[in-house]
Design a protein around this ligand. Structure first.
Ligand code: NAD
Ligand code: G6P
Ligand code: MN
Length: 440
């Protein structure tokens, strides 16, 4: 089996230890020669980098581990780029969440004005990353998880239309699948999903088991009668438990399909705003929870010189999926994953240029999506509206257009009122003045 050189961009991310751990447990599927961690923040990188050296020394000493803040080192002769950066860090995520909420609209990392704001920051750094990688590794696969993945995916598709080795992925469908599998006590690897939508804006229509039986009706019944919790509920913060619980509400109102949890913000914006606190948002929860735990645990491991029995991993699904996606490409396994691809007729009655999230087999030549066909009027209406928001956001970035930015926010279901959109937009422009030269 080929031994790959990989780089993790955003190597100081809170998710990096989990991905590295998954890499050490999947070495028989995804061979490794060198692992490079790259980040723009030397301090974050060093803590996670030192942890990585200990982990691999104990689990796979043949793999070389390097951490760096130098792009030339990071992007040289790599086979796979795993990308999960956060432009502006948690300080800016906090503003994305709190500013809209101060004006009475949803403040969330990837949805509504927060997603718009984060999107405009992510696009520039992602574009730069792709250009830098291509200078030094023209054939590398770029696997992107950076949020807001829907906007990033659309922007990269517009900026690099000929690229066929960039794949945008989200772990939420797999988190949901794992949670369903627990409800029906069935091996998740034997469940075959049918899914359609945009990233953080989609639905499972069928969940087939290995006999061909659709388990979606049974799952809906279970959730409607007993609620819904994530498979790893004991590791989850309160806000995530509340998010999963909202699936029951969504199913009561719209029983056709199993919804992605992020739809709660678009279907119940007023209700959710009332539940959210503009002074204490998900960023505060992450800072006090995941970020603190990951960095404390990595420091402890470095002090002790061993990573054996460490509890540094959050959400196994995330790391496992990232490595399994890479393995499926590297070995031409053609396993099924839910990924983002240019529509081009997959969902027959949606625009060709939307980046849809659907099931696809994944092999050496990339994703081969399954056709979805026509979708119903309600779903078409919702998705077209959201796609228009995403497209106008990307165009606002590319053209430096305030008008398109205002149109984007006005279209978004979490905003709607143009006067509100303008107030929020102006506040976000002010908050992002170091990041959005085109709108300043
Ligand atoms: P984090 O802030 O802990 O990690 C991000 C890291 O990226 C930081 O260390 C930061 O210094 C670094 N960074 C910022 N700009 C960079 C650049 N231009 N080049 C290289 N590194 C850069 O955040 P996190 O909570 O760990 O999340 C990381 C990213 O992964 C976010 O975009 C998050 O939304 C995304 N994510 C996506 C999924 C998914 O399913 N798509 C799942 C988990 C996380
Ligand atoms: C889900 C989403 C990701 C998101 C992650 C963490 O897995 O699909 O896109 O980054 O949750 O979100 P959090 O709010 O915990 O940082
Ligand atoms: Mn996601």
């Amino acid at each position: 089996m080929k031994k790959n050189n990989i780089v993790l961009v955003g190597g100081g991310s809170t998710w990096t230890p989990g991905i590295l751990k998954a890499m050490t447990t999947h070495l028989d599927q995804f061979g490794l020669n060198q692992v490079v961690l790259y980040d723009v923040d030397q301090k974050r990188q060093e803590v996670i980098g030192e942890f990585a050296k200990i982990l691999f020394k104990e689990e796979a000493p043949e793999v070389e581990v390097v951490y760096t803040t130098d792009k030339e080192v990071a992007y040289k002769e790599v086979d796979f780029v795993f990308c999960q950066m956060r432009t502006g860090g948690f300080d800016m995520r906090e503003k994305d969440e709190k500013i809209p909420l101060q004006h009475g609209v949803i403040g969330q990392e990837t949805c509504g004005p927060g997603g718009f704001s984060y999107g405009l920051r992510s696009i520039r750094d992602m574009e730069e990353m792709v250009r830098d990688v291509r200078l030094l590794s023209p054939d590398a696969w770029i696997l992107n998880y950076t949020n807001p993945a829907a906007i990033v995916a659309l922007a990269l598709d517009k900026i690099f239309p000929k690229e066929d080795k960039i794949l945008n992925i989200c772990d939420q469908p797999v988190n949901l699948l794992r949670s369903y599998s627990k409800l029906i006590d069935h091996d998740v690897n034997k469940l075959e999903p049918v899914y359609f939508g945009l990233n953080h804006f989609g639905w499972f229509t069928h969940i087939y088991d290995e006999t061909g039986r659709d388990r979606a009706p049974e799952l809906k019944e279970i959730i409607l009668n007993g609620g819904f919790r994530p498979v790893d509920a004991e590791q989850r913060d309160q806000s995530w438990l509340e998010t999963y619980a909202m699936v029951e509400d969504m199913l009561k109102d719209f029983p056709d399909y199993l919804p992605n949890t992020y739809l709660q913000y678009y279907l119940y914006p007023e209700y959710k705003v009332k539940k959210l606190d503009p002074n204490w948002t998900r960023t505060d929860e992450v800072r006090e929870g995941r970020e603190k735990k990951v960095f404390e645990e990595c420091r402890r491991i470095v002090d002790n010189g061993t990573a054996r029995d460490s509890k540094v991993v959050h959400n196994d699904a995330h790391g496992d999926m990232m490595v399994e996606v890479a393995a499926s490409i590297a070995n031409n396994e053609r396993k099924t994953f839910i990924v983002m691809v240019r529509n081009d007729g997959i969902i027959a009655n949606l625009p060709d240029d939307s980046m849809v999230e659907v099931a696809a087999t994944l092999g050496a030549n990339g994703p081969q999506p399954y056709a979805v066909g026509q979708i119903g009027t309600f779903y078409k209406g919702l998705i077209e509206n959201q796609h228009a928001f995403e497209k106008l956001t990307v165009e606002a970035y590319m053209e430096g257009s305030y008008t398109k930015a205002l149109q984007a926010l006005t279209l978004n279901r979490t905003v709607v009122d143009a006067k509100k959109a303008r107030v929020v937009l102006d506040a976000l422009i002010e908050a992002n003045k170091d990041y959005w030269p085109e709108l300043n």
